[in-house]
Design a binder for this molecule. Structure first.
Ligand SMILES: Nc1ncnc2c1ncn2[C@@H]1O[C@H](COP(=O)(O)OP(=O)(O)OP(=O)(O)O)[C@@H](O)[C@H]1O
Ligand SMILES: [Mg+2]
Length: 219
């Protein structure tokens, strides 16, 4: 097991009672396993991924990853783990516009000090981007940009990949191929992949599906 989330609670303050978003959420993820996370808009999928990725605090619970509890760490330690061991793919691609495809692909790996280990030729070939390396993000289609974002996330071979509706801005066919690529690369690198999606068809391709509703996870 690479990730073990136990009894996670998260709420947001309001003018009245706090709104509970995650109510005792527990899940575990094995190396090489793909879990699809579904749930209505506003059910807390992004919140859950952000907390696991150390981008947002939680009220209580544990997130055990590589022998650490991500919740108990300080911001620096959390950032360090994220840089070294977690790849994150967002809905809005989030590429760096002033960097080329090549530079975007190696960016995360450089931060994790594994930039020299990246086999850019193999990576760009498996992403179908080998002829695009000197282009800038604005010159790419949405599907191509998301493939760069996937490449950036997995270049340093993280143990854990978190993807938040990575196909949400893509048409159905492109979304399917991007989803399949992400799953294939995660499996090849042995990473565990947790992927939030609105698409039941895509979720069906995962090893397991978890559904978030009213703060609770059900399978
Ligand atoms: N910083 C915040 N302050 C207050 N409420 C927030 C904050 N971030 C999220 N929320 C609320 O938490 C709930 C869960 O939001 P979240 O973005 O995690 O849902 P989601 O399942 O990812 O939705 P979508 O499918 O639309 O992306 C929503 O009701 C949202 O309004
Ligand atoms: Mg979301």
């Amino acid at each position: 097991m690479i990730l073990d989330v136990r009894n996670l609670k998260k709420s947001f303050p309001t003018s009245g009672d706090p709104v509970i978003i995650l109510d005792d959420v527990s899940l575990s993820l094995n190396a090489g396993e793909v879990i699809a996370l579904t749930g209505e808009s506003g059910s807390g999928k992004s919140t859950l991924l952000h907390i696991i990725g150390g981008l947002e605090p939680a009220k209580s619970g544990q997130i055990l990853f590589q022998g650490d509890d991500i919740i108990a760490l300080d911001d620096n330690q959390r950032a360090n783990i994220r840089r070294k061991s977690i790849g994150i793919v967002f809905q809005q691609f989030n590429l760096i516009p002033s960097l080329t495809v090549r530079q975007n692909l190696t960016f995360q790996a450089r931060l994790s000090e594994r930039g020299d280990d990246v086999d850019l030729a193999a990576l760009s070939a498996s992403l179908g981007l080998d002829t695009q390396l000197d282009k800038f993000p604005e010159d790419l289609s949405g599907g191509q940009q998301q493939r760069v974002a996937i490449g950036r996330a997995i270049a340093a071979k993280p143990q854990l990949v978190l993807a938040d509706e990575p196909t949400g801005n893509l048409d159905e066919a492109t979304g399917r191929s991007v989803f399949d690529l992400l799953v294939r690369l995660a499996r090849e690198t042995g990473a565990g992949l947790l992927i939030a999606t609105h698409s039941q068809a895509l979720a069906a391709a995962a090893d397991r599906r978890l559904h978030l509703t009213h703060g609770k996870l059900t399978s």
